[in-house]
Design a protein around this ligand. Structure first.
Ligand code: UDP
Length: 368
C-alpha cells in the first residue's frame, strides 16, 4: 500500500531535523511532528528584546570534527564565543575548567610544577587506581581540594544522588590542564550561531512539512499508518510503553528573569557549587552574542527529579539503566521500519555535534 510519506519524523530537534533535511535532498517525502509548539527541541531560542534566550539551557556548539563544523556552517554563520564559565564556591570565584587559574585561586601557586605537586600528592594519598564511580574518578584525577570545592556539591545537586552512585564518565567531560586557559572545551571549533540556533533549524526544515503541538502517542495508530518508515527521537522506553520498566532521566526547571540592568554577572555561565543554592547555574544570555542591549535576561537552572509528566533532559547512564536500555535497544532492532536516534532514543549523553554526527551516519546507512 502506498503511504503518504516516506518518513514520519517524530521530534523536531537536531537529530530529526538533520535527518529530514538529508532525506528530502534524496527526494524523500517527510513529515516532521513535535509535541512542543516550536521546532528545534532543546536548542530552541526565543528572542526577547534582541536577546536570544536559550530556553532549555546553555547550548554552546563545539566540535573537533571538521566535517560537522563545515556542515553546520552551511546553515548559519558562527560567532567566536568561547565558553569560559566560572564557579562560585563558598563565596569565592574560580575559573573553569580546572586549570592554572583555578589552581592559583585555590592554593596561590603560580607554576604548573607547583600545581602538579599538590594535585599529585592528593591523588597519591587517595590511592585509588581503578575508579569505579564519579567520586573515585574525580579524586584520582584531580584530588581532594578541587573535588570538594568545585565538583561534589554541584554534581550531587545536578544528578540528585551521591557522587559515589554516579558513573565515572560524566566527570571526564571536563578537561584538566596545566596552562592558564579557561576555554571549557578542548575542541578546535566552537561558537554560537549568529541569530541563534533557530537559524539552523529553520534552514534544515525549510522545505519540510512540520506539524507542531502534535503528540505522537495520542494518535499513534494514525501516525504509524502515514509513512513507510518512522524516525523516532523521543524516549525509547516510552515508545515501547515502558514494557521492561522506566529508564531514569534527570529533569530541569528553568526560571527566566528580565532585569533592568545591562550586565548582571559579567559572564554567560556562572556555576554555583554550593548546595545552599538550589540552582546549579545562572545563564546570562546576551553574553553568548556579545550583546549591548540596555536590559539583560538571566536563567536559573534547577535540577529536578524526573517523572512522566516532566521533560527528560539527561539520561542517567549508570549500570542499572544501561542494562535496561540494552533490553530496549535489542527490542528496537526488531523494528525494521523504525529508526531510533538522538539523546532520548539512544539514551546517550550526546552533545549537539554528536547528535548531528549520529544523524548523518544513519542517513548514510539509510541512503547507501
Ligand atoms: N561539574 C562539576 N562542577 C561544575 C561543572 C560541572 O562538578 O562546576 C560536573 C557535573 O557532574 C556535571 C558534569 O561535570 O554533570 C558535566 O558538566 P557539563 O557542564 O559538561 O554538563 P552539561 O552542560 O551537559 O550539564
Amino acid at each position: 500500500m502506498n503511504k503518504k510519506y516516506d518518513y514520519l519524523i517524530v521530534g523536531a530537534g537536531l537529530y530529526g531535523s538533520t535527518f529530514a533535511y538529508e532525506a528530502a535532498k534524496k527526494g524523500k517525502k517527510c513529515l516532521v511532528i513535535d509535541k512542543r509548539t516550536h521546532k528545534g527541541g532543546n536548542v530552541y531560542c526565543e528572542e526577547n528584546k534582541g536577546i536570544n534566550i536559550h530556553k532549555y539551557g546553555a547550548h554552546i556548539f563545539h566540535t573537533n570534527d571538521k566535517e560537522i563544523w563545515d556542515y553546520v556552517n552551511q546553515f548559519a554563520e558562527f560567532n567566536n564565543y568561547t565558553n569560559s564559565p566560572v564557579s562560585i564556591s563558598k563565596g569565592k570565584l574560580y575559573n573553569l575548567p580546572f586549570n592554572m587559574n583555578t589552581f592559583n585561586q585555590l592554593w596561590g601557586v603560580i607554576t604548573p610544577k607547583e600545581a602538579k605537586s599538590i594535585i599529585n600528592e592528593q591523588i597519591e594519598k587517595y590511592g585509588v587506581k581503578k575508579p569505579k564511580n564519579l567520586e573515585e574518578q574525580a579524586l584520582s584525577l584531580i584530588g581532594k581540594d578541587v573535588y570538594e570545592t568545585l565538583i561534589k556539591e554541584y554534581t550531587e545537586k545536578q544528578w540528585g544522588r551521591k557522587a559515589t552512585e554516579l558513573p565515572a564518565f560524566i566527570i571526564k567531560r571536563l578537561p584538566v590542564r596545566y596552562t592558564y586557559d579557561n576555554n571549557y572545551f578542548k575542541d578546535r571549533y566552537q561558537g554560537i550561531p549568529i541569530g541563534g540556533y533557530n537559524v539552523i533549524i529553520e534552514a534544515l526544515l525549510k522545505d519540510i512539512e512540520v506539524k507542531l503541538n502534535v503528540d505522537f502517542f495520542k494518535e499513534r495508530e494514525k501516525f504509524e499508518q502515514l509513512a513507510t518508515k518512522i524516525v523516532f527521537t523521543g524516549k525509547i522506553d516510552e515508545y515501547f510503553n515502558y514494557e521492561f520498566g522506566e529508564l531514569e532521566y534527570r529533569s530541569l526547571r528553568f526560571e527566566h528573569e528580565e532585569l533592568e540592568e545591562d550586565n548582571y554577572q559579567g559572564n554567560a555561565v556562572v556555576n554555583y557549587n554550593d548546595l545552599d543554592y538550589k540552582f546549579t547555574r545562572i545563564i546570562e544570555h546576551k553574553h553568548f552574542e556579545f550583546g549591548t542591549q540596555k536590559n539583560t535576561i538571566i536563567t536559573r537552572e534547577y535540577p529536578e527529579n524526573w517523572n512522566r509528566e516532566k521533560e527528560a533532559y539527561y539520561p542517567v547512564n549508570d549500570e542499572a539503566n544501561s542494562a535496561l536500555y540494552k533490553k530496549y535497544k535489542k527490542l528496537s532492532e526488531s523494528k525494521n521500519n523504525v529508526i531510533f536516534g538522538g539523546r532520548l532514543a539512544e539514551y546517550k549523553y550526546y552533545d549537539m555535534h554528536q547528535v548531528i554526527a549520529a544523524s548523518l551516519k544513519r542517513v548514510k546507512k539509510e541512503f547507501l
